[in-house]
Design a protein around this ligand. Structure first.
Ligand SMILES: Cc1cc2nc3c(=O)[nH]c(=O)nc-3n(C[C@H](O)[C@H](O)[C@H](O)COP(=O)(O)OP(=O)(O)OC[C@H]3O[C@@H](n4cnc5c(N)ncnc54)[C@H](O)[C@@H]3O)c2cc1C
Length: 287
């Protein structure tokens, strides 16, 4: 198995152009497990491990406002240690803290989590509600795609041959009062999500100005429910409004039954997680 260890992004792109069948290796926490499970020869592997600067996290000013650019090989531990992520993208910070356990977090990268395109990937619901985009690089040039245009289905992305995900640009959410991430798994640590919810709410004068909600593990990709968001928008953050939004959410999701949970259980929990928003600290009295 040839393992290629380029040290710069251009070198990665040259190698991918020369070896169109090659696989990209980041932290290996998904790819190596899969290769081991299928027992097939992996073919050429282009590792990102030695590419300098590919995991850099930086605050930016864009035409539409402040953003954070996170390099593809930033690990979950890097996200947790970054003050920029903690302060500007608290939702992503929460998703990273719900991720596996320290040993896996030290290796698993943000780029790998996105490219795995698992409906259960912990960072995807958070990136979706923050309207994040991925940067894709190849010898043909660079392009930027919003997450819903990149993640196409379970394990399916819009990555083309010769392309590598080089980074993620996340607009800094402004004016949001609550940034909430919750994951229901079979255990507290090292558990793949049975259902997860990322929610951002902007509450002004007691009314919800904006609601963004995305669920993981309840469909072929991470799912938003515009109907549930519209139910909450303009009203108060009360248990009855959340219960109505929860009914809409249960209609929006399309879970499957698998070894971890039944479809019915997942549908029920997807709605129930919304009810938890009634307990957010600082919410004030509701009904
Ligand atoms: C014990 C264990 C626990 C886990 N727990 C969780 C969990 O709690 N939450 C969760 O979401 N996931 C979990 N996972 C899954 C896995 O850790 C994540 O999906 C991880 O983020 C993958 O990142 P990686 O860097 O290890 O990717 P890799 O395994 O290196 O790659 C994964 C896939 O993405 C491609 N790829 C990686 N980076 C790029 C890039 N920059 N450009 C193009 N293609 C790329 C690879 O070719 C491969 O197809 C767990 C895995 C294990 C083994």
């Amino acid at each position: 198995m040839p393992l290629l260890l380029p040290t710069g992004l251009n070198e990665v792109l040259d190698l991918l152009a020369e070896h169109p069948e090659a696989r990209v290796l980041a932290g290996g926490t998904d790819l190596l497990v899969r290769l081991r499970a299928c027992g097939a020869s992996p073919g050429t592997i282009v590792s990102l491990e030695r590419v300098a600067g590919l995991g850099r996290i930086e605050a930016l000013e864009t035409a539409t406002g402040p953003a954070v650019r996170i390099g593809a090989t930033a690990t979950m531990t890097d996200l947790l240690r970054s003050d920029t992520v903690h302060q500007r993208l608290p939702l992503l910070h929460r998703a990273a803290s719900a991720f596996a356990a320290p040993t896996v977090r030290n290796a698993a990268t943000l780029g790998g989590n996105i490219c795995t395109a698992s409906p259960a990937a912990d960072t995807l619901p958070a990136l979706l509600v923050m309207n994040a985009s991925v940067e894709l690089a190849s010898r043909r040039g660079a392009r930027i795609l919003p997450i819903p245009h990149f993640v196409l289905g379970p394990g399916r992305t819009a990555l083309e041959p010769g392309e590598v995900l080089s980074g993620v640009v996340v607009p800094v959410p402004r004016g949001f009062t609550f940034h909430h991430f919750e994951k229901v798994g079979q255990r507290r640590a090292m558990a793949i999500a049975v259902v997860s919810l990322a929610a951002m709410l902007a509450v002004e004068d007691g009314r919800i100005r904006e609601a963004r909600l995305a669920w993981g593990s309840v469909g072929p990709t991470v799912i938003r429910s515009p109907e549930a968001e519209a139910i909450l928008r303009g009203g108060r953050l009360t248990l009855s409004a959340l219960a109505e939004a929860a009914r809409a959410a249960r209609r929006a999701v399309a879970p499957i039954s698998d070894i971890r949970a039944s479809a019915d259980y997942r549908r029920q929990v997807a709605g129930n997680l919304l009810l938890r928003l009634a307990d957010l600290p600082g919410r004030g009295p509701g009904d």
